[in-house]
Design a protein around this ligand. Structure first.
Ligand code: CP
Ligand code: NVA
Length: 302
């Protein structure tokens, strides 16, 4: 039987995602109480990184250690994958020695190919197209602070990037309305938008979008791999900063989220990011708990 993979949020059913988010909060409680829970004793997670990371690496590595297992950091700089060994061969070999593989890379098709040839679960830890692990943490954070997100209005401000595409998938699975405000030319995947046109709207004005929002989320203007476009994007994204003025258009108890790292003064003002009520630090911490729930789901539920 082929293993369960987590390449996009859609690899989970709506019920599975909801169960996983509740489990993430339970695991957070268990961890905070200092209770020992080691369901992955002697199991190994291979972590392939072709892009930089702080949160993703620390959360997966700590999560595996807390579960009694081990995580292997595999940089493309030091592996044969980085020297051109075919993905198919790397997948067969690496998956024969570990219990799950986490990959952060550029092209989404690489994780799909890896998964096809892997004998163990593969987790997408960010590609150019999707960042589903971050959405687990974002949705857990919303639920912990405000309850169910079903029927709420979520506004994505900024680039129609990997995070934005994953928000579209989350809207479909958790039944919320998503309004995306991006500059012209920076829209998310059009096929994905068309597929979910019943709940996804794309606008080109942040203020129009922010009205009555329950959650406003954003991300950097230039993602990893787009560093050369930074200067042009700074111009093109004029008017797409999440600041106090924009937040004042949302509901009074609206949350602000950012996957981090953030650029204060660009996509978000320092005032919003560093506000005492900001949940972005919880959001970052929840990467740990949400991914532990994901690892448990993929590796312990037969
Ligand atoms: N949000 C996120 O994925 O952070 P890192 O790039 O630090 O892993
Ligand atoms: N969109 C950003 C997310 C970083 C966590 C990037 O891909 O660089």
């Amino acid at each position: 039987m082929s293993p369960r993979h987590f390449l996009t949020l859609k690899d989970l059913s709506s019920a599975e995602l909801k169960q996983l988010l509740s489990r993430a909060s339970e695991l957070k409680k268990i961890h905070r109480e200092g209770a020992l829970y080691e369901p992955l004793k002697n199991r190994v997670l291979g972590m392939i990184f072709e892009k930089s990371s702080t949160r993703t690496r620390v959360s997966f590595e700590s999560g595996m250690a807390q579960f009694g297992g081990h995580a292997l950091f595999l940089s493309s700089r030091d592996t044969q994958l980085g020297r051109g060994e075919p993905v198919e061969d790397s997948a067969r070999v690496i998956s024969s020695m570990v219990d799950a593989v986490m990959i952060r890379t550029f092209e989404h098709s690489l994780v799909e190919t890896f998964a096809k040839y892997s004998s163990v679960p593969v987790i997408n830890a960010l590609t150019d197209d999707y960042h589903p692990c971050q959405l687990l943490a974002d949705m857990q954070t919303y639920q912990e602070h405000r309850g169910s997100i079903e029927g709420k209005k979520v506004v994505w401000v900024g680039d129609g990037n990997n995070m934005c595409n994953s928000y579209i998938n989350a809207a479909a699975l958790l039944d919320f309305q998503l309004v995306i405000a991006c500059p012209k030319g920076y829209e998310p995947n059009p096929e994905l938008v068309a597929e979910h046109k019943d709940r996804v709207t794309v606008l080109h004005n942040a203020k129009d979008a922010a009205k009555d929002a329950d959650l406003i989320a954003t991300d950097v203007f230039a993602s990893m791999g787009q560093e050369d476009e930074q200067e042009q994007r700074l111009k093109d994204f004029d008017g797409f900063q999440v600041n106090t003025e924009l937040m004042s258009l949302a509901h009074q108890d609206a949350l602000f989220m950012h996957c981090l790292p953030a650029h204060r003064g660009e996509e978000v003002s320092a005032e919003v990011l560093d506000h005492p009520d900001s949940v972005v630090w919880d959001e970052a911490e929840n990467r740990l708990h949400a991914q532990k729930a994901l690892l448990e789901f993929l590796l312990c539920h037969k």
